[in-house]
Write a protein that binds this ligand. Sequence first.
Ligand code: ZN
Length: 153
Amino acid sequence: MALRNIVTEGDPILRKQCKPVGEVTERIQMILDDMVETMRDAEGVGLAAPQVGIMRRMFVAEPEPERVYCFVDPEIVTLEGEQESLEGCLSVPGMTGTVMRPERIRIRGLDRYGKMQEYDFEGMDAIVMCHEFDHLEGVLYIDKAVEMHDMNE
Ligand code: ZN
């Protein structure tokens, strides 16, 4: 496994819609493993492929230590409710912002082994999944934030 460079805001890579992965090959698994390692190294709870310069629809998340998800070609099946979330992003260092997110989501997609998985998430988990999913569409949380906070102020 290897750490990958995290792309930061201002790089056009973060603003493009990603292409489907299709098949979970060994190469894709290697990238997912690198993404998990990179996310942990940066002390993040999620990381999407475009954040490491790969324009493919996949992300990893670890909303709680040792609870890791890999989603390849994810689809959001349902969204329900609303909650306020305070978010940061590894691609927008030094900032946090308040964002309105769904309270619950159902999401499905392939896992690290190419098997279809479907999960219901709520609370913090739902926030993380929505945030990472947005990256695949070229959307950053700062686009949706109702308030931004500079952590250095
Ligand atoms: Zn992010």
